[in-house]
Design a protein around this ligand. Structure first.
Ligand code: PLP
Length: 379
């Protein structure tokens, strides 16, 4: 049997060194040794977020930090605009509705770039919008949204309108400087480019968002950032810390800092570029108009059942890739570029896909396409 390969856009493969740190003995979270690790992590997270603000570490999946954003920074009956371009955009919208927030959806056709003029018009047609919520990378379709331009439009509309960004598959894979781009709430998660298992999420608030958070009457308990802020100042998390995950985060972030955040990002972009070129060279189409580096979403020919293909790749080659969700179910494959993946591993994943494509009669020029990928990845 082939060794297991995790090539999904979250969770992602971990390095051997990181797995060893994860397996270390548990220490108590109220010790000075742990406080030191946590404090270091927070400094490194600030670099990752490119912010001067606190970055809170929560024990939850990424959606927990999204919920923290909603319950801390918004209150019932407020109006918000959600950029809804896929599964995760829908999640913002559903969360807001769950808490009695009035949602205006800016619906985009899946995979299509947003028309900034249309967005601006919709925003300006209502003077009561308190926040704009969006993904930076919408992982269900693989599209990258123009956050800098969106931010300019939002700040032009009103300085008090919060821009809340789910950067879960964008952070560390593409530029997303929180302070420079005037992002008010930025959310990230551990099982994506942070190369950890699922279980930690991260959230930072601008000064404006923090003021709103402190005054917000919306009830909340577990994700109450007022409590987290107080604990933060004491070098703690309010509830028990996910000690082993945070220790491993410390290790991973120090490594990324040593390599250089830019270089780490470039590495991911190159893997993405080589994968995209391969798919195009076998005659397939990249699904989104403006593909994000974190993952490649490739359209399958109409006569191919993507679900069966994906299952066969898992059964036969022991490699996990993702299929599509909802309207894209069976129509696309989603291949991740985050995690402990070097050129060799990326190449091996493409070789497996190439074999599967050949067996299924998907595309053409397989030999040539894979030879070009080999060349591009220099393996
Ligand atoms: C992975 C992901 C999430 C979070 O999903 P969880 O399963 O809650 O970790 C949210 N948004 C985007 C864009 C993602 O890719």
């Amino acid at each position: 049997m082939e060794k297991y390969r995790l090539m999904t856009p979250g969770p992602v493969p971990m390095s051997k060194e990181a797995r060893e740190i994860l397996a270390q003995e548990v220490i108590h979270h109220r010790t000075s040794a742990f406080t030191e690790k946590l404090t270091e992590c927070r400094q490194l997270l600030k670099k990752a977020f490119q912010t001067k603000q606190n970055v809170y570490c929560l024990s939850s999946t990424g959606s927990g930090a999204m919920e923290a954003a909603v319950v801390n920074c918004l209150s019932p009956k407020e109006k918000v605009l959600c950029i809804n371009s896929g599964k995760f955009g829908q999640r913002w919208s559903e969360m807001c509705q769950t808490y009695g927030i009035e949602v205006i959806n800016f619906e985009l056709e899946w995979g299509k770039s947003m028309d900034l003029k249309q967005f601006k018009n919709l925003l300006n047609s209502d003077l009561q919008i308190k926040a704009v919520l969006t993904q930076a990378c919408e992982t269900s379709t693989g599209i990258l949204h123009p956050i800098k331009e969106i931010s300019e439009i939002v700040k032009d509309y009103s300085k008090d309108c919060l821009l809340m960004v789910d950067g879960i598959t964008a952070l560390l894979t593409t530029p997303l400087p929180m302070d420079d781009w005037k992002i008010d709430v930025l959310v990230a998660g551990s099982q994506k480019a942070f190369m950890l298992p699922t279980g930690l999420s991260f959230i930072a608030l601008s000064e404006n968002a923090e003021m709103k958070m402190l005054a917000n009457p919306q009830p909340r308990y577990y994700f109450d950032l007022r409590k987290e802020k107080k604990a933060y100042e004491k070098g703690q998390t309010y509830f028990s810390s996910a000690v082993n995950l945070i220790n491993t985060l410390n290790f991973v972030l120090k490594n990324i800092e040593n390599i250089g955040f830019d270089i780490y990002q470039n590495k991911i972009s190159k893997l993405a570029q080589a994968s995209r070129n391969y798919f195009v060279n076998v005659g397939l189409k990249i699904f989104p108009e403006n593909p994000a580096p974190a993952l490649t979403v490739v359209s399958l020919p109409d006569n191919v059942d993507g679900k069966k293909l994906r299952n066969e790749i898992e059964q036969k080659f022991n490699m996990s890739v993702m299929g599509g969700q909802d309207q894209l179910e069976s129509k696309v494959l989603r291949l991740g570029h985050m995690g402990d993946i070097d050129n060799q591993k990326m190449w091996e994943a493409l070789v497996i896909l190439n074999r599967a494509f050949r067996e299924w009669n998907i595309g053409s020029n397989h030999d040539q396409a894979i030879a070009m990928a080999k060349n591009e990845l220099e393996v």
